[in-house]
Ligand binder design. Structure first.
Ligand code: F6P
Length: 534
């Protein structure tokens, strides 16, 4: 019902020009922007009219979001297919609030995990905990994939000191080259290998970990290597089989979803390398966004505004993709992080009770850092007939940039939002051609090619500065955005059954490749297996 209203209003808005909406509604910018936790969020360049905006917010209001949010916060099993609570917000809450909302068990789980990580990180940073030869650790090899990689990798890129006391190299791919590159030039006596896997069953992570352990053993012997191993898992009992000493296993609970796990021990390598205080600041920023999400009215609620814009574009206007462009090199992996967060959470077709949904769900999320992307795929975004909504993200201040560089960067991000919205008309293009001295024939040929249709929507998110706090707030904002969308679309954002089929068939194909027989497949698959087997 609410989504029908959204579709009807979006259809009515479809012919309107975004730029004209500012005149039609003089309060548009104030209505459709807000400041929160060091972020300025502006959805006024989206395609909606005032009525469209209100209808999208109403779709959220009329959904089960209030009830779902309450259930999430109080630790009820909202991940129904897996029978789990979804409590990543507890990881950034105070002990007192955890106790009030979720009881002593959760409070003690969170506190125990925090204390263990702090003491281990402090011990390594101070040199009290060393490797087998007594040398301090200089590099961490962080081995994990999906949620056990993307969040910590993004956070480390975001916050890496220019001269880190301890560096991190990430290994996710089981292609061998990522590990080879990660270990290249490293001294095993100064290297700590941390295996990160919620389930501790993930094929790629375990294969990479065993290979990294072999590399340590070669340099340090079996016993020596043990001092260089640690693990993070929600299944800590599984780690002993891999020779990881129990006092170096850091746990988290199954109420932390993989793609929501960067707030847990999954970020242990970052906590060690950046320091526990930096981690606390990250949590504080996320917590501020949590409080905003809980208390701000829906029409002034940053995650809700972003969700409303996406629902409007995807469901209202059938736009199947969204580009995420951080004009911040340190956030260059943001699109990859959001791909998992949004597409693994909401790329689904059924309700939690098994019915087929009668709505579009998650768009394709893609992107790269600006301005680089301007020189690559922006051509298509400007001139294709397809409309790809954009999210333009920038930081207003950056101590690492000169004033000149920063002004150039910011002028680009602002100009792009304007260019997508206003476009370039045929008349303007013709005038340009005539100014260049083109005759009528050449003008008729070239001018249409210069036209940019415009009316392409974008959202701008401007951070005051990239700090642990604003990064925490930004990522928490996207988590809640994804949650809101899932509730409005009527699906469970916290399971991921779709990835299982590929895993199962992967195991079968591995048997075909390593065994003497090949099980029946289609001709293409069989031919590929034969080719691999040589
Ligand atoms: O295959 C998908 C997935 O289960 C993700 O949801 C998860 O983040 C990733 O694999 C890694 O899983 P794990 O942390 O258990 O190794």
């Amino acid at each position: 019902m609410t989504l029908d209203a959204l579709k009807a209003q979006a259809a009515a808005d479809a012919t309107l020009k975004i730029v004209d909406q500012f005149a039609a509604d003089p309060d548009r910018l104030a209505r459709m922007s807000l400041d929160v936790a060091g972020l300025f969020v502006d959805v006024s360049k989206q395609s909606w009219s005032k009525a469209g905006f209100e209808t999208a917010i109403a779709a959220v209001a009329q959904s089960a979001i209030a009830e779902a949010r309450e259930k999430m916060w109080t630790g009820q099993e909202i991940n129904v297919s897996e029978g789990r609570a979804v409590l990543h917000v507890a990881l950034r809450d105070s002990d007192a609030e955890n106790l009030r909302l979720r009881g002593p068990e959760i409070t003690s789980d969170v506190k125990t995990a925090r204390d263990a990580m702090r003491s281990y990180a402090d011990g390594i940073r101070s040199g009290a905990i060393t490797g087998a030869t007594g040398k301090p650790f200089k590099t961490i090899i962080h081995i994990g994939i999906g949620g056990s990689d993307l969040g910590p990798r993004l956070v480390w890129h975001g916050l890496t000191p220019l001269n880190p006391q301890i560096d991190i190299r990430f290994v996710a791919n089981v292609d061998g080259s990522e590990l080879a590159l990660a270990t290249a030039g490293l001294d095993p006596t100064e290297t700590l290998v941390i295996a990160v896997s919620k389930t501790f069953t993930t094929q790629e992570t375990l294969a990479n970990f065993l290979a990294a352990r072999d590399w340590l053993i070669k340099g340090l012997g079996e016993e020596g290597a043990k001092k260089h191993l640690a693990a993070v898992s929600a299944a800590p009992d599984k780690t002993s089989a891999y020779g990881i000493p129990a006092d170096r296993v850091f746990g988290f609970k199954d109420w932390v979803g993989g793609r929501y796990s960067l707030w847990s021990a999954v970020s242990l390598s970052v906590i060690i390398a950046a320091g526990y205080d930096v981690y606390e600041r990250l949590l504080a920023g996320a917590h501020e966004m949590d409080q905003h999400f809980l208390t701000a009215p829906l029409e002034k609620n940053a995650p809700v505004l972003l969700a409303a814009a996406q629902l409007y574009n995807r469901i209202g206007l059938n736009r199947p993709s969204r580009a995420v462009i951080p004009y911040v090199h340190r956030l260059r992996r943001l699109a990859a992080f959001l791909q998992q967060l949004e597409m693994e959470s909401n790329g689904k077709r059924t309700s939690p009770t098994g019915e087929l949904l009668d709505t579009q769900t998650c768009p394709v999320v893609f992107g790269d850092e600006g301005t680089n992307a301007q020189h690559a795929f922006f051509q298509m975004l400007h001139q294709s007939e397809d409309i790809v909504p954009l999210e333009l993200i920038a930081a207003q201040h950056n101590d690492e940039a000169s004033t000149d560089m920063q002004q150039k960067l910011l002028s680009n991000v602002i100009a792009q939002g304007e260019a997508f919205m206003v476009g370039k008309s045929l008349e303007t293009s013709e005038a340009e051609c005539r100014k260049l001295g083109f005759d009528d024939a050449k003008t008729a040929q070239i001018a249409p090619q210069k036209v940019c249709p415009g009316n392409k929507p974008s959202t701008t998110v401007l951070l005051n500065e990239l700090t642990p706090e604003t990064l925490g707030a930004l990522l928490a904002m996207y988590e809640h955005k994804t949650f809101v969308e899932g509730i409005v679309m009527g699906l469970n954002s916290f399971d991921q059954w779709g990835v299982e089929l590929g895993k199962t068939l992967g195991v079968n194909v591995l048997k075909d490749i390593t065994g003497s027989e090949i099980a029946p497949h289609d001709p293409s698959t069989t031919a590929l297996i034969k080719r691999i087997k040589g």
